[in-house]
Design a binder for this molecule. Structure first.
Ligand code: PXP
Length: 237
């Protein structure tokens, strides 16, 4: 069974709507772990629109499973990661105007600067994952950079409007996951994964971990985080 890593950014988004103290993403992470989540993910964005520096520092001390820090490959955030030492740093592209991460990282275009960042993080004992589209050339570039994991961007699959498009995007993910596994990269996947499309995605046995935020936190608002996480785990298993 793949692992489930819960992204608690949306809990921080709700808190920041009032610039208040609650709801606390740290509390959400604790409840998610108690319900069986295998990891916690947060994205410390440059504009600090949801997760704050304090959250990452406290999560580092409280998360008992695995802390995965999503981050842009910028000097400021890399220095924070070196200090906090998450279990995994997932490098993502970041644009100020976007509602959420829009596309995968173009590893081939920024290979040399990303190589420096991967080396720096490895030097601090942090494993590195690269969030990329399921493109063979990106996967091969991730291998060249000696990334530990790739996270396959499942957004195009999740947003496919027709059955044939969905099938096509699914095949791209299958091919990408197989190639990554062959190259001995750990395979994560995420973006837009929900309680319906997980039924497809869980069949890609090369995917070791799903990183899920929106669908689980949206459900948690209505049924509670414990039930929302347990229901996802049940579907995955
Ligand atoms: N993985 C990455 C790299 C992301 O940027 C996000 C969104 O924060 C997710 C996974 C989770 O996506 P969603 O919130 O759609 O489940």
């Amino acid at each position: 069974m793949p692992r489930l890593a819960i992204n608690v950014d949306h809990v921080a988004t709700l808190r920041q709507a009032r610039l208040a103290a609650e709801p606390d993403p740290v509390a959400a992470a604790i409840f998610a772990e108690l319900a069986g989540a295998h990891g916690i993910v947060v994205h410390l964005r440059e504009d600090r629109r949801h997760i704050q520096d304090r959250d990452v520092a406290v999560l580092r001390k409280t998360v008992k499973t695995k802390l995965n820090l999503e981050m842009a490959a910028t000097r400021e955030i890399v220095e924070i990661a070196q200090k906090i030492k998450p279990d995994v740093a997932t490098l993502v592209p970041e644009k100020r105007q976007e509602l959420t991460t829009e596309g995968g990282l173009d590893v081939t275009a920024f290979e040399s600067s990303l190589a420096d960042v991967v080396e720096t993080l490895h030097g601090s004992g942090v494993a590195v994952s690269l969030f990329i589209d399921p493109e063979p050339k990106q996967i091969k570039a991730a291998r060249r950079l000696e990334a530990d994991y790739i996270e396959l961007h499942t957004g195009a699959f999740a947003e496919a409007k027709s059955f044939s498009d969905r099938q096509e995007q699914f095949e791209r993910l299958v091919t990408g996951a197989r190639l990554a596994k062959k190259l001995e990269l750990g395979v994560h996947a995420g973006h837009g994964v929900d309680y319906l499309n997980i039924q497809w995605l869980k069949n890609i046995t090369e995917i070791e971990e799903f990183s899920i935020g929106h669908s689980v936190i949206a459900r948690a608002v209505l049924v509670g985080i414990d039930r929302a996480v347990r229901e996802m785990l049940q579907l995955m298993g």
